[in-house]
Design a protein around this ligand. Structure first.
Ligand code: GLN
Length: 189
């Protein structure tokens, strides 16, 4: 199994390490020629969505990625990656890959709660969730399944081949969410 990890900016190395530990080849995508069409899955890491979005456009990666996601390529976006996947971003006309029927609010917890860790349920399974200048999901379309909420805010969702979390599971030692994504790739869930 080969999973591409967008490596333009942000926390991509952590995802590659976890994939490797799970026995999966993680391949860095830094430019268009790295974006192979035989990836089994794709990870969009956290970082700064405006920076990653700008680079996606400049490097002509935005449309090839969108096309593959629309065709069914399993994709997992964490934090900024979740923003990149959203069809709607609050207070911002710009959107990026725009394949997930979600409306997200960026930097949603305010300065006081800039970063925090919480243990909460993801798919009815308790995991640690590190939030870093995180967004949350304000609303979702009918085809979107909510997998986690924290303080009544939606923080993890799935829409067929797409998975997104507002938090950073790659910064913990619990690989439950990555295993969930691998099962999505295998078509087991
Ligand atoms: N605040 C960032 C953004 O709006 C996301 C933060 C993160 O990925 N940890 O893009």
């Amino acid at each position: 199994m080969k999973v591409g990890v967008l490596a333009l900016q942000g926390a991509f190395i952590e995802h590659i390490k976890i994939l490797n530990e799970l026995g999966i080849r993680g391949v860095e995508i830094r430019q268009l020629k790295d974006f192979s069409y035989n990836f089994d899955g794709l990870i969009l890491p956290g970082g700064e969505s405006t920076t990653i979005g700008k680079l996606l456009r400049e490097l002509d990666l935005l449309y090839p990625i969108r096309e593959q996601v629309v065709r069914g390529l399993p994709v997992f976006g964490t934090c900024a990656g979740m923003i990149l996947l959203a069809k709607h971003i609050e207070n911002q006309p710009e959107h990026y890959i725009s394949t997930m029927d979600t409306r997200v609010t960026r930097n949603a917890y305010g300065r006081q709660y800039d970063s925090f860790n919480i243990t909460a349920e993801f798919n009815k399974h308790l995991i640690e969730m590190p939030f870093i200048r995180a967004p949350y999901i304000k609303s979702v379309g009918n085809d979107v399944k909510v997998l986690a909420t924290v303080h009544d805010k939606i923080v993890a969702v799935r829409q067929s081949n797409q998975l997104a979390t507002a938090f950073h599971p790659e910064l913990t030692k619990d690989y439950y969410v990555h295993n969930y994504f691998v099962k999505m790739i295998k078509g087991e869930i």
